[in-house]
Design a protein around this ligand. Structure first.
Ligand code: ATP
Ligand code: MG
Length: 395
């Protein structure tokens, strides 16, 4: 019959497995797809109970359904498929969806099972689950490490604020000491200065050159000490925020000429300070006292750190962009490695040898300049010279 051949062909070529069993559960037919899934040949299974294709507990359950059916005549029909596990010939398991339909055929009852392999779907599902679990783990890990970081941060914050507190206390103690010491040192220093002057005066009749020389030394040393104390006091005032610039219009050229004259007296043998101004205007709007202090510091450095028989170029310029002050020498220069620390208090470059100094001058200059909205900068080459610039933009 042509119809039967067609049906056979359809069943043989079905992608899903098809197994038919009789009312006692014995396998009557199995199609190639089912054979492939269970790894059996038809001869292996036909006539055997279908439970050979089931691992426990499905097998036990099936046996129970079968028993009940045989007792009561009520079949357990699975209409829409449910997921069950298959047992292959080699003992391995695989998941599949099973749909069973009851077929009445020439007075006999046959059950057809349709087997749809779920191995791939399950594998993908597993992979997804694994992936999700892995993600969850990752998230948990990250959360944990974040929590640790946050904890470490808050601890560090506490430590920092604690040490800041200590630093502040120390700073207050230091500045109180510095101002106290500076004031207390002043009185004995002026006594020394006065006595030196008196010695000089009373010794004059004896015309002893040694006395004159030593008195000059004492006066020089007192001058140095007073300078250092003044720096300490300026620094202390700066630290305490007690330096308030008062901006006024003044004649910059006049101030510069006074400073040049004053500093020329302190210069070394044949060291010449050359002053020059550029620009039509002579009027600057800055704090003249602070500016004078800055320029004196820069020229004092140029004198100190360059040799005899040299020129120190001191320039001022007022143009549309602002006011510029430069001091240039051709002295010992500043080693490159030291340059980045130059404006730190008490810092001195390594090539200063026995040239005296405390390393406070530039720190004060930089702070005064910035109080007047100025910027200090420099260019320097060892043994070639140094150029300092202070620029005040017109605001
Ligand atoms: P003081 O506090 O007495 O001025 P100081 O001159 O050592 O002491 P700063 O004026 O702050 O201190 O200068 C810091 C350092 O910068 C100096 O010790 C020196 O090493 C370097 N320096 C400053 N000006 C010059 C310069 N014109 N040439 C070479 N080195 C310089
Ligand atoms: Mg100095």
């Amino acid at each position: 019959m042509e119809n039967a051949a067609l049906l056979r062909a359809i069943i043989d070529n079905a992608i899903d497995g098809i197994i038919t069993i009789d009312a006692r559960g014995q396998i009557e037919s199995i199609n190639p797809a089912a054979c492939k899934l269970f790894q059996y040949s038809p001869e292996d299974v036909i006539g055997k109970n279908v439970s050979v294709l089931m691992p426990p507990p499905d097998k036990e359950q099936h046996d129970e359904y079968l028993g009940r059916y045989q007792r009561t005549g009520h079949a357990h029909i699975i209409g829409i498929g449910r997921e069950v596990t298959g047992l292959r010939k080699d003992g391995t398991h695989f998941p599949f969806r099973l749909a069973v339909s009851e077929v009445k055929y020439s007075g006999r009852q046959i059950y057809a099972g349709f087997i749809h392999d779920l191995s791939r779907e399950k594998e993908a599902e597993h992979q997804l689950k694994d992936y999700a679990a892995h993600l969850e783990e990752l998230v948990a890990d990250r959360t944990q490490s974040l929590r640790q970081t946050v904890e470490a941060l808050s601890q560090a914050k506490e430590e920092v604020s604690l040490s800041l507190e200590k630093e502040k206390e120390l700073g207050q103690l230091k500045s109180r000491f510095v101002s106290m010491a500076s004031h207390e040192f002043r009185t004995p220093l002026s006594a020394v200065q006065l006595s030196a002057s008196l010695i000089d005066k009373y010794a004059q009749p004896f015309d002893n050159s040694n006395i004159t020389k030593h008195v000059a030394r004492i006066k020089h040393a007192v001058g140095n000490l007073t300078g250092i104390l003044n720096d300490f006091l300026s620094l202390e005032k700066l630290e305490a925020g007690r330096v308030e610039p008062s901006f006024n219009n003044f004649d910059l050229v006049k101030l510069a000429e006074e400073i040049t004259e004053e500093m020329q007296m302190l210069a070394k043998q044949n060291q010449n300070i050359i002053y020059q101004h550029t620009g039509i205007s002579h009027v600057a709007n800055l704090d003249a006292n602070l500016l004078k202090n800055c320029i004196i510091n820069l020229i004092a450095n140029a004198i100190k750190y360059s040799g005899e028989n040299t020129f120190i170029e001191f320039n001022t310029e007022i143009n549309a962009a602002g006011c510029h002050i430069t001091v240039k020498d051709n002295g010992i220069g500043i080693p490159e490695a030291d340059q980045k620390h130059l404006f730190e208090a008490f810092f001195r470059a390594h090539n200063t040898g026995n040239i005296p100094g405390t390393g406070l001058g530039l720190n004060i200059v930089a702070r005064y300049a910035s109080l007047m909205n100025g910027i200090i900068d420099f260019k320097s080459n060892v043994n070639k010279g140094t150029l300092f610039t202070i620029s005040f933009p017109i605001l």
